[in-house]
Design a protein around this ligand. Structure first.
Ligand code: AVJ
Length: 322
């Protein structure tokens, strides 16, 4: 056991209460939807790790390529003393940044923030073990709610990688970027990963892989409802859909009922009926254009200082300054 602090802003009860609220709101709407953060229990987090290793799922590899190439530059430009990582998950790409910032000689603290306490504890301990000079302070929380509580010596660099920003609806995205800007002091940094608009075939394959791992990941949200809220959803009664919405430029994941289906959700005091073919939207994953990223950052009060893409221009990483 290494020396890791975990700040828990979210207890098991809070989580069930938040899920209950989301389920009541989303599943009683005329167009049913659920927030994508509910995929990530222990099983969902494992399925996501498997997704990142699929041939079709390029974002992880492209972002890693960029970080491997540019980590030294990121360290030199920012001179960060603290690395904050939002939605850190397994923190694997983080090591590239930790290595570069350590080599640069400025890094003192690592602050991973994640909703999943199990994933966070594991990652924080592994990192604390491998970087003995680093203070590791994990924060269990929701980055849409607990940003005001971020510790760390300044200047800090906040990394939000993987393209997870694409999971927000545009209005929530703007709010989120503004809240990141608000917790930073002038001269602190945001490192943001954004998946880019590309041909629809490549996009759809990335979200509908041949092995069906993404389909299982998508259906996992039903298992989360069953476990946390005592629901009786049959995952086999729903098919996985990955739809490219060309107007909004996002991938929309859906679960579509293959026949008339009823789901009882006692923990949310709700009964939901689906007619055959009706779906629940489980995720949007927005894809970006470089000009759009710059404009959205500027709108939030962040100025883009560096922009990098992988060799095939599939994924972008921006470094912006508060
Ligand atoms: C980790 C949230 C960025 O949107 O691409 C992977 C999640 N969903 N396959 C994404 C995901 C389906 C992923 N993010």
């Amino acid at each position: 056991m290494s020396d890791v602090d975990l700040d828990v802003h979210r207890s098991g009860e809070d989580i069930t209460e938040a899920l209950r609220r989301d389920v009541r709101e989303g599943l009683s709407a005329p167009q049913k939807w659920l927030p994508s953060k509910w995929f990530y229990d222990a099983r969902g987090s494992e399925l996501f790790e498997r997704i990142t290793e699929l041939d079709e799922y390029y974002p992880t590899r492209c972002e890693r390529e960029i970080l491997r190439r540019e980590a030294g530059e990121i360290a030199a430009v920012t001179g960060a003393r603290t690395l904050v990582e939002l939605g850190s998950g397994s923190s694997e790409k983080t090591r590239l940044l930790l290595d570069a910032l350590s080599a640069h000689g400025t890094l003192r603290e690592f602050v991973p923030l994640d909703v999943s306490e199990s994933a966070l504890a594991e990652a924080a301990e592994a990192i604390a073990g491998d970087y003995p000079d680093l203070t590791v302070r994990g924060v269990v929380g929701d980055f849409t709610e607990h940003l005001g509580l971020l510790p760390g010596e300044r200047p800090r660099i906040v990394a939000f990688l993987g393209g997870t920003i694409g999971n927000f609806l545009p209005a929530d995205r703007a709010k989120f970027l503004r809240s990141v800007r608000d917790v930073l002091t002038e001269g602190e940094w945001l490192l943001l990963g954004t998946d880019l608009v590309k041909d629809p075939g490549t996009l759809v394959r990335a979200y509908d892989d041949a092995q069906g791992v993404t389909a299982e990941f998508n259906r996992n949200v039903l298992r989360v409802l069953n476990e946390r809220l005592g629901a009786d959803a049959d995952p086999a009664a729903f098919e996985h859909v990955a739809h490219w919405d060309a107007e909004h430029e996002w991938i929309e994941m859906r679960l579509r009922a293959t026949s008339d289906t009823r789901v009882r959700i006692p923990g949310a005091d709700l009964e939901v009926t689906f007619t055959a073919g009706e779906h629940v939207r489980t995720e949007i994953s927005a894809k970006f254009r470089p000009s759009g990223v710059r404009a959205e950052l500027a709108e939030a009060g962040l100025s883009l200082e560096r922009w990098w893409t992988d060799e095939r221009d599939r994924f972008g990483v921006s470094l912006s300054r508060a």
